[in-house]
Design a protein around this ligand. Structure first.
Ligand code: GLC
Length: 483
């Protein structure tokens, strides 16, 4: 079976978040499951210096009176076992950011999405490799499903190809104007309620949802939640309409890249079957690095973007209270909303012995925080899957998280009766619920045996990509089995 991933991001070459990481690691597991998987991604500025072999034929996108031509390049790296095709169009993609720069979102983002998605359907003409399935990721690749249907309407004699749309975050939908739709070259009849039109505007994700053969999202709980007004981000009706074809497949993580026994960026290896020695050393080291004072008190870590979704404003407002009712210390690494960045920096100034803050994104520091902390905080308002809690768990940092989406699917909550719990889940996205969960965790930490048993269990949970790859493979088969 041949599958083409279509994505605006792929780690380690171009990423802004979880989407890039998934597209950079899931293909390896699919390949192990016997699937010939390849990836199509724009050649952003950050991919310019990669060794790329440029293919001869061009891809032409008909745009108004003028054609837009792009080329395809293949990553020329023998150590990289998955073929990566880069869509080369400097005018559209050779830019500072993937979606935006310091002036905000690029005004031609819809056109960039159309050119990428259209190229996915044309790729076979350049590569002579025809995918059975086009697997589009998020709004920027979502129109792929529409272009494929338009192509199949014209060429119904050919062996059909199928499409899968994976939603990594329903919040980002790619919303533009009707005029922008007219630039797509898609059939005009696709401008409809059961197509790309949503309340009078162009909605690329919705178009993908309506046109895809199947739709997946990155955890089973999120797949249920998004059918409701509360979590459907205004697309709940169309998700309900496509409900029979919508499935949740839990993300895995790359267990080799995230291995606390071999990770050179943490100060001491941590053995998942006997973590206490390694954890102790890593904790001492991170406390020293951040000049925090309390080795014998619970240390809580945060590694996150600081947006509304992540709920860290709740932590910010609860902190003064938590510092009174517990003896916890905090290390926070993140960036995002200015008021949150400032709020955390101010907190660190007020409580320098207990709170340390670093604004930014730093992969190796993130690893040291996972390795050095006793607990990991993730109070997300919604969370399609969440990768950080899975990394933290693997590095022996017990998660304290909101019961939503992938957090609910990856963490077994501590309750009065639980025996196999691997963390703490609280129901409501409010200050009081978060505070209670942290208080309970800090209380449990005092009972050494209780905590260390939970920590060992947490570290031993398998979250490899293999299971997910089997499920995707099954889904691809269902798609091809359609008549
Ligand atoms: C998005 C979601 C996150 C998910 C990731 C990968 O970033 O917000 O929850 O883990 O995509 O699917």
């Amino acid at each position: 079976m041949k599958v083409l991933f279509v994505s605006p991001e792929i780690s380690p070459f171009a990423r802004t978040g979880g989407l890039g990481e998934v597209v950079g690691s899931l293909p390896f597991a699919l390949k192990r499951a016997g699937i010939d998987v390849r990836v199509l991604c724009p050649q952003h500025k950050c991919c310019k210096s990669l060794p790329i072999r440029i293919l001869k034929k061009e891809i032409t996108f008909k745009h108004k009176s003028k054609d837009i031509t792009s080329k395809l390049g293949v990553l020329n790296d023998k150590n990289y076992p998955i073929p990566i095709y880069f869509l080369i169009n400097d005018h559209l993609f050779d830019r500072e950011g993937i979606y935006a720069d310091q002036n905000g979102n690029y005004p031609d983002n819809s056109l960039r999405a159309f050119v990428l998605s259209h190229a996915a359907c044309e790729l076979e003409k350049v590569t002579r490799w025809k995918p059975d399935i086009l697997h589009a990721h998020d709004w920027m690749a979502a129109p792929t499903c529409g272009y494929l249907n338009a192509k199949q309407e014209k060429t119904s004699r050919l062996k059909p190809q199928g499409s899968l749309l994976t939603i990594h975050n329903l919040e980002h939908q790619g919303v533009f104007n009707h005029e922008d739709f007219l630039e797509s070259g898609l059939p005009l009849k696709y401008w409809a309620m059961n197509g790309f039109e949503h309340h009078g505007r162009l909605n690329l994700l919705k178009g993908g949802i309506q046109h895809a053969d199947k739709i997946s999202t990155v955890s089973p709980t999120y797949a249920k939640e998004i059918r409701s007004v509360k979590n459907g981000q205004n697309l709940e009706e169309c998700l309900l309409f496509r409900g029979a074809d919508l499935i949740g497949i839990l993300n895995g993580i790359d267990e080799e890249a995230w291995d606390p026994l071999t990770d050179a960026s943490i100060p001491h290896p941590i053995d998942p079957s006997a973590p206490s020695v390694g954890k102790k050393k890593c904790k001492e080291s991170i406390l020293k690095e951040f000049e925090l004072s309390f080795p014998n008190k619970p240390l809580l870590g945060v590694v996150s973007r600081l947006y509304q979704q992540k709920g860290l404003d709740l932590l910010l407002s609860a902190l003064p209270e938590i510092l009174k009712s517990t003896d916890a210390s905090f290390i926070i690494l993140g960036s995002g909303a200015e008021d949150q960045e400032k709020g955390f920096l101010d907190m660190a100034k007020t409580y320098p012995e207990k709170i340390a803050v670093k604004i930014g994104f730093d992969d190796t520091l993130a690893r040291r925080i996972f390795a050095g902390s006793d607990f990991f905080l993730m109070p997300s308002r919604f969370e399609p899957c969440g990768l950080a809690q899975q990394y933290a768990m693997r590095y022996g940092s017990v998660p304290i998280a909101r019961k939503t989406g992938g957090l609910a699917d990856t963490i077994k909550p501590r309750t009065d009766e639980s025996k196999d719990h691997t963390g703490y889940l609280f129901d409501q996205a409010d200050k009081i619920s978060l505070t209670h969960a942290i208080e309970q965790a800090c209380h449990d930490w005092r009972t050494e045996e209780f905590y260390s048993e939970m920590q060992t269990r947490t570290m031993q949970i398998s979250c490899s990509w293999e299971l997910a790859a089997q499920k995707y493979a099954q889904l691809y088969k269902w798609i091809l089995a359609k008549d």
